[in-house]
Design a protein around this ligand. Structure first.
Ligand code: IMP
Ligand code: MG
Length: 179
């Protein structure tokens, strides 16, 4: 176990790089089987998924494409608070098999927003592939077809995921140490 300190918080290794890569290979093999001949378009949600998207795609052996989108938050004028809008979608996704690539699904609201928005563009199919899923935190009913790993409700960093924008460069995944 190794420890790192980011700003005011201490984190401890919880998923070593080798384990992460093994799980990604397994999920990629499922996609290779399910999406053979369908030329899926991976839509990776920035920033957190950039490392996962690269390793996932390197394990896909079927024809496939990738593009990157971002969710921009802006303050709504209504009481609903923050509204998130999908930006950067330049491809025509009509009649295509789309795989949304996420770093982590927590409450599920981000993915719900992505599915709602992309759904209006009439894709052939909309699938979700996430590196991590916190099943106990999910507050909206979602079908997460491809989850490389499930984790408890703890806050994590590393392998693309950040704490205050720091820690994305850590090779392993680290969990917040509760004081
Ligand atoms: P959701 O909308 O609640 O599912 O949150 C998903 C987003 O919150 C992810 O794409 C991450 O950017 C961020 N997030 C959720 N949990 C964690 C965590 O444990 N560490 C770092 N980022 C997280
Ligand atoms: Mg994210």
């Amino acid at each position: 176990m190794s420890r790192v300190t980011i700003n005011d918080k201490t984190f401890e290794t919880s998923i070593p790089e080798a384990e992460i890569l093994k799980r990604i290979k397994e999920v990629a093999e499922r996609i290779n089987r399910d999406m053979a001949g369908k030329n899926p378009l991976l839509l990776a949600v920035l920033n957190g998924s950039f490392i996962f998207a690269a390793d996932l795609m390197r394990n896909l052996t079927i024809p496939c494409e990738i593009s990157f989108v971002k969710l921009a938050s802006y303050q709504g004028t209504t009481s609903t608070g923050t509204i998130k809008e999908v930006i950067g979608l330049n491809e025509d996704i009509r009649n295509r098999e789309i795989i949304i690539v996420e770093d982590i699904v927590d409450t599920g609201r981000t993915i719900e927003r992505m599915l709602d928005t992309l759904g209006t563009h009439c894709p052939a199919g909309l699938h979700v592939c996430t590196l991590l899923l916190k099943p106990d935190k999910l507050t909206v009913p979602l079908n997460i077809e491809y989850a490389a790993m499930e984790i408890p409700n703890d806050f994590i960093v590393g392998y693309g995921l950040d704490y205050n924008q720091q820690g994305r460069n850590l090779k392993d995944i680290y969990t917040l140490v509760k004081e």
